[in-house]
Design a protein around this ligand. Structure first.
Ligand SMILES: Cc1cc2nc3c(=O)[nH]c(=O)nc-3n(C[C@H](O)[C@H](O)[C@H](O)COP(=O)(O)OP(=O)(O)OC[C@H]3O[C@@H](n4cnc5c(N)ncnc54)[C@H](O)[C@@H]3O)c2cc1C
Length: 377
């Protein structure tokens, strides 16, 4: 079976690796002229690393990233609110949680493809159903006929827009800055993700390699993200812990990546005849649980297994049945968590922090268990 994947992000590349290993013939179509890495890091949680273990990539990813043993929510001064100890899950599943540069992960995925052609500079513009499948029109390119299409083209998916035009993207009204900088964290923070919550803003940081720190920061806005220009970022976080202030001032402002946060309202329109969506194209989520890419990696594994085990359209149906409950749950929880994190009222902030402190460890573990457990196909 020939499979055409639109989009060579983490989801599309991971799917190509999984399908190629099962003997499918795959082509990837990517709009970018080159696969440039975004200047940011990513946390590959236990669920994603279980998939990469199955794909034989665990060791190389571990070797290029940094092992994270705890994920902490703190106050702006880095005093603890809550923490998830990840060692329980490391022991249970035999894989670690890894923080890594996105560029390093992308290179590992590209390097592990042997027969898959990546067609760069291919921006999909139109997709039309015909007797033999789909006619794909790319910008400035001849039309290509395809019998099986996977839309892995992100939150603003052209594939989804053409086949399922009634889906809605929700604006979270939060602006996000991301950066990677040369910085030596104090030893106590080297194997932790710390996310500090203030008043309508927060700041997360993690080491991704020796002397390299990835950080992200978010701030609520009312009408436009332009209310908070990046030039004043040091001011927004001046009440935060000195380590956070030092990380910001160690970053070249020209290399800070700005985006606004949004998600896709949960939808069950994931597949049609000979066509299926994965990753952000199917279930884009706000990044508050650090699960968007992990979920697209789970999709890649489950869809490759389904395509291996079932006839084409039955595979898509089973894929949706297996993956949508968990993906939608995370979309919803991430959305709520983003609101809780950005509470403005000082009394509510105190109450929220106290309630999070009181949440029993067993409950946090149960919630994490639901996220880290991957589907059996
Ligand atoms: C601030 C922030 C922090 C995050 N942190 C984490 C984290 O720590 N852990 C985690 O798991 N997730 C995280 N995420 C989420 C994660 O980045 C996304 O969920 C993930 O990248 C989705 O992968 P994808 O392959 O589905 O889509 P994308 O990464 O969006 O890839 C889509 C690809 O399709 C291409 N494309 C788009 N349109 C077309 C077209 N018309 N024709 C051809 N190609 C096209 C794009 O160029 C791109 O290469 C974070 C997100 C944000 C915003």
């Amino acid at each position: 079976m020939n499979i055409d994947i639109i989009g060579a992000g983490i989801g599309g590349l991971s799917l190509a690796v999984a399908l190629e290993q099962k003997g499918f013939k795959v082509k990837l179509y990517e709009q970018a002229e080159e696969l440039r890495p975004v200047g940011a890091g990513i946390i590959l949680a236990n669920n994603a690393m279980q998939v990469y273990e199955k794909l034989g990539l665990r060791e190389v990813i571990e070797g290029s990233g940094n092992h994270i043993s705890s994920m902490n929510i703190t106050k702006a001064d880095l005093s603890p609110i809550s923490a998830i100890d990840l060692s329980h899950f490391e022991n249970k599943y035999g894989v670690k949680n890894i923080a890594i540069h996105r560029g390093a992960l992308q290179q590992i995925l590209v390097d592990s493809l042997e027969n898959t052609e990546i067609k760069l500079n291919h921006r999909l513009q139109k997709l039309e159903k015909n007797q033999n499948g789909y006619a794909l029109t790319f910008q400035n390119k001849p039309v290509i006929q395809s019998s099986v299409i996977i839309g892995a083209d992100g939150i603003h998916s052209k594939v989804r827009e053409q086949i399922f035009p009634n889906n809605s993207i929700r604006d979270a009204k939060q602006v996000c800055w991301r950066g990677v900088t040369d910085f030596h964290l104090p030893a106590q923070y080297r194997h932790e993700l710390n996310e500090a919550w203030g008043k309508e803003d927060r700041f997360g940081f993690v080491e991704i390699a020796e002397g390299k720190v990835y950080w992200y920061a978010l701030k609520s806005f009312n009408t436009s993200p332009d209310e908070h220009p990046v030039q004043h970022i040091e001011k927004y976080f001046e009440k935060y812990h000195p380590v956070i202030q030092s990380i910001i001032s160690a970053t070249d402002i020209k290399k800070i990546y700005t985006a606004t946060m949004s998600d896709l309202k949960p939808t069950n329109e994931w597949f049609a005849d000979g066509l299926c969506l994965i990753g952000d194209a199917a279930h884009a989520m706000t990044p508050n649980m650090g699960q968007g890419a992990c979920q697209s990696i789970e999709d890649a594994y489950v869809l490759s297994e389904c395509l291996n085990n079932y006839e084409l359209n039955e595979a898509f149906q089973n894929f949706h049945k297996l993956r949508s409950p968990k993906a939608h749950q995370i979309v919803k929880t991430s959305w709520t968590l983003g609101k809780v994190a950005h509470v403005a009222n000082p009394m509510l902030i105190g109450l929220r922090n106290q309630m999070m402190k009181w949440t029993p460890n067993a409950l946090s573990r149960l919630q994490s268990e639901k996220i880290f457990k991957i589907n059996k196909v």
